[in-house]
Design a protein around this ligand. Sequence first.
Ligand code: SF4
Length: 195
Amino acid sequence: MDTYTYRIGNKIYVNLTNRCSNDCEFCVRRTDAFKDVGLWLKHEPSAEEVINSFEDLDSAEEVVFCGYGEPLYRLDVLTEVADYLKSKGKKTRINTNGQAELIIGAGVPEKLKGRIDTVNVSLNATSAKAYQDLCHSEFGEKAFYAMLDFAKACKQYVPRVVLSVVDVVGEDEIAKAHEIAKALGVELRVRHYVQ
Ligand code: SF4
């Protein structure tokens, strides 16, 4: 049975696709970790199937579009579900690799306006080469620059834009990540790495 939505604490997470333009070395998709709980989808859900799968939405503080894969492959479904969530007064977030405009074309940030409260873009590394060595994007090193452009563009349409890195990258990389975030005018979130 596929799992389209699941809850951790007071947040609900939405799983729209397995697909991703990256193949990050740390990605859970490289393991069997969640396959037995249905996160590896056999079928990509429609908006109606996602909406029907929400349980106890009233008590959720935030709804997050995230993995298994890259949620913005499913922009049409995502926007339809986000419209439903906004009609219920919910806070919304997307966790993304920031490559949406390479994947589906231009004009993605505009479509998030009024629908998404936070866009969290995984920065992962502070240079195009380091990013590609770690994330293996199908778009090569241009993925890194597209990701930064996407974060910058989202600022015009989304109230909160965050770049994130994991703390295992070390102090020098975290300092460089702070500089990148500052130059783009967005927040940086340093996440604790959980294996
Ligand atoms: S961007 Fe996310 S879903 Fe895609 S390969 Fe990397 S960790 Fe996995």
